[in-house]
Ligand binder design. Structure first.
Ligand code: 4H7
Length: 241
């Protein structure tokens, strides 16, 4: 998958792309990130990319000319949708990540200052928000999208969940995990995990997932793929279905 990132701060991406799973995805040719510096498209003699807002008010606005030219440069390379990372966007979810992971190539536009000149929306295909909070710029949001999408690309994870497992764990929080030692500062690993009984372990994990989701994010249960056994378990815990 190819991401074309339109940004004033391309260096911000280097660290994220040169570590761990994203680094490996780049090395394996599963991920390519073209960093495009919006400033390179400025036709201003001082390479300016921002200007004062008409009507007055605080801050600066990203000028239309460098943004149009940068977006047209990307779009000249194919039918590539441009998504703008912004607090006004549609909230990014795992479903969106999955949809985007099926695409060959997308562009991400990172805003700064007070945002972009409204006329730039004419060449934007969608607006994505990673949550209801404000960042100093769109770069960290773009990195979140790249990370969430890349891990869903075939061949990126070394131990991928099967599609069936995924559909059953979607919208449930993860069960608790333990590693060695068996006893740490007097705290024991639950006996069932040491039993070698795989059916029992699977049942315990499922119940823990349900219990934790009910406790911390009951809203998620409405969207989860629940079996009759799951529903029975949840009803015993006082959940109304
Ligand atoms: C677009 C418009 C994304 C992008 C305005 C980006 C949160 C998210 C930005 C702004 C983002 C998200 C610029 C408005 C800085 C606020 C002080 C960049 N914030 N900003 N101003 N939730 N900020 O996905």
């Amino acid at each position: 998958m190819i991401f074309d990132v339109l940004t004033l701060f391309p260096e911000m991406f280097e660290c994220v792309l040169s570590h761990s799973i994203l680094k490996r995805a780049v090395e394996k040719g599963k991920l390519k990130v073209n960093l495009i510096n919006i400033r390179d498209f400025s036709k201003d003699k001082h390479k300016r990319v921002d200007d004062y807002p008409y009507g007055g008010g605080p801050g600066m606005v990203m000028m239309p000319q460098p943004l149009f030219d940068a977006i047209e440069f990307v779009k000249s390379q194919g039918n590539i949708p441009v998504y703008y990372l912004s607090p006004k966007g549609k909230i990014f979810t795992q479903e969106m990540a999955r949809e985007l992971s099926k695409m060959k190539r997308i562009a991400l536009l990172c805003g700064h200052y007070e945002g972009i000149d409204e006329r730039v929306y004419a060449v934007i295909d969608g607006e994505i928000s990673i949550g209801d909070f404000i960042l100093t710029g769109g770069e960290l949001a773009a990195m979140v999208v790249i990370d969430a999408v890349t891990r869903l690309i075939d061949g990126v994870l070394s131990h991928p969940q099967s599609a069936l497992e995924e559909s059953f764990s979607d919208y449930l929080l993860e069960y608790p995990q333990y590693t060695r030692p068996e006893v740490f500062r007097g705290m024991r690993v639950p006996e069932v995990l040491l039993s070698g009984n795989h059916a029992e372990i699977a049942r315990w994990r499922r119940q823990k997932s349900l219990e934790i989701t009910l406790l911390k994010r009951p809203d998620l249960l409405k969207k989860a793929n629940l079996t009759e056994e799951d529903k029975k378990f949840l009803r015993e815990k006082g959940y109304e279905i």
